[in-house]
Design a protein around this ligand. Structure first.
Ligand code: ISE
Length: 335
């Protein structure tokens, strides 16, 4: 069976996903594209012989669409995710699931009403080989339990419309989810420190930031978010356990060695750095939809990450004080 996929959001990320579904992966086909800019939707849809719509609602209602892929801005995700659930269609929403805990709760309520796990959040790092190897090392128990996680999230630069808020809700949200995934426990408090700002940024930005979080068992996570580092897209993570550490290595596949240097290329974007993880994520989602099964992170994961983001934003507004993460009790449906 070919899963007929409708894409909502024809921007850069949406187009990258179309490209992987049409050219790299098996089992899926883009049959419709929606965008508030209908010309943008047509530009992506027409070469594929797909339909173009001006709204997500029309695309979701199309009986030829089996499953929905959402790649719009986070703050407009919720109505489309809920409409897809109500139509009984599997939906893969790019992160964040929504930008407020209330919207995430509304999504979880709709999903529980449908009585079926239909929502996957696009936390692609869960499919990254390196992070999964780190998780296996921790879960083997050979090195004891985790005490600390050191993370660095560096981007070469960000566009002028990227805000300080985005450093947490768009960028650090990856480490928030990855650490929950690696450690298998919730984050309970967050503090955001503001070191000396780099001169290589737009004036309105507070860059870099360091997000310091604690988990239920007291594991301390520090995440350097540094989005104008110039030299490249660099993601680092080291998990410290009682009797050893495990860390991501550089992801490049080859290195040049001469008399003077031992060097390798450096990724320039997340599309490049996480290409394999994105492909794994999408291939598994397509296969799961075919089998009428859920895969990947859940609405609860989307909700939990948004609650941690909220606490981080509150800390940022309050001079870096430690803020407790406020969450509802986990519904049995997500146990
Ligand atoms: C972007 O939206 C991503 O998801 C990237 O992984 C991240 O590095 C970047 O900072 C975000 O803006």
């Amino acid at each position: 069976m070919t899963v007929r996929i409708g894409l909502i959001g024809a921007g850069g990320m949406g187009r990258a996903h179309v490209d992987r579904i049409e050219n790299d992966l098996a089992g899926g086909k883009i049959v419709a594209v929606a965008d508030i800019n209908i010309e943008g939707a047509k530009a992506v849809a027409e070469p594929l012989g797909a339909k173009a719509y001006g709204t997500g609602a029309e695309l979701i209602a199309d009986p030829d669409v089996d499953a929905v892929l959402i790649a719009t801005f986070g703050k407009v995700h919720a109505p489309d995710v809920i409409a897809a659930i109500e139509a009984g269609k599997y939906v893969l929403s790019e992160k964040p699931l929504a930008t407020t805990p209330e919207d995430c709760i509304a999504i979880m309520e709709a999903e529980q009403k449908a009585g079926k796990h239909l929502v996957t959040v696009g936390f692609m790092r869960r499919f990254d080989k390196g992070y999964n190897e780190m998780r296996d090392v921790l879960n083997s128990g050979d090195l004891g339990y985790a005490t600390l996680v050191h993370c660095r999230h560096r981007n070469p630069s960000v566009p002028e419309n990227y805000t300080t808020r985005n450093m947490i809700d768009d960028t650090a949200i990856h480490e928030i989810d990855t650490c929950r995934y690696l450690l298998g426990e919730e984050i309970v408090s967050v503090r955001v420190d503001t070191p000396r700002a780099t001169s290589k940024k737009f004036d309105h930005l507070q860059d870099p930031l360091v997000l310091v979080a604690k988990t239920e068992n007291g594991i301390l996570i520090d995440d350097e978010v540094n989005v104008n580092i110039q030299f490249g897209y660099s993601i680092e993570c080291e998990l410290v356990m009682e009797a050893g550490t495990v860390r991501l290595t550089d992801q490049e596949h080859s290195a040049i060695r001469t008399g003077q240097v031992d060097k390798h290329a450096i990724c320039q974007s997340h599309v490049d750095r996480f290409q394999d993880a994105f492909n794994q994520e999408f291939q598994q989602w397509i296969r799961a939809v075919e089998r009428d099964e859920h895969t990947g992170s859940s609405s609860w994961d989307g909700y939990a990450a948004t609650c941690v983001v909220d606490a981080g934003l509150e800390s940022l507004e309050n001079g870096g004080k430690e803020v407790a993460v406020k969450m509802i009790e986990k519904p049995a449906f997500y146990a």
